[in-house]
Design a protein around this ligand. Structure first.
Ligand SMILES: [Zn+2]
Length: 142
């Protein structure tokens, strides 16, 4: 999925959108590049602020539309935690989220190497896990 010649946000955005069969627009490219450059699971408002620095004319409504399209296409993950605003994650590898309650951060957490969800959770007999979507809370040292 990642171009070996360049994994810049721009080239990643292009290949992700192309692979998903979504039409690339200037706005979608700018929003996706912002998300790909962010590792803090930003909210739409934060994505809007960051994208405006590269595309000053973009509106918040356009950012929301782009986020909806990118989420529905499976290019990014749309996350909802408790009653907070939606957040967005570009990491498409299997992972869960760790909410750092002390520092109000969201971190990606993967299973330890060699483990499967079936090894960690007491699942009903015969369950085949097809994707992970879990949220852990904790206090993480900075
Ligand atoms: Zn994530």
């Amino acid at each position: 999925m990642v171009n070996s010649k360049s994994n810049s946000p721009r080239s990643m955005a292009t290949s992700l959108v192309r692979n998903a069969g979504v039409r690339m627009t200037r706005q979608r490219r700018a929003v996706l590049e912002t998300i790909l450059s962010s590792h803090d699971h930003p909210t739409a408002a934060i994505i809007f602020e960051r994208t405006k620095q590269h595309l000053p004319g973009i509106s918040l409504a356009t950012v929301y539309n782009c986020l909806e399209t990118l989420s529905e296409s499976g290019i990014i993950n749309h996350l909802n935690f408790d009653n907070g605003p939606s957040r967005f994650c570009p990491n498409l590898q299997p992972h869960v989220h760790l909410l750092d309650d002390t520092n109000n951060r969201v971190l990606d957490v993967q299973l330890k190497p060699g483990l499967r969800p079936e090894d960690v959770f007491d699942l009903p007999e015969g369950t085949c896990v097809t994707r992970m979507d879990a949220c852990l809370h904790g206090n993480v040292p900075v």
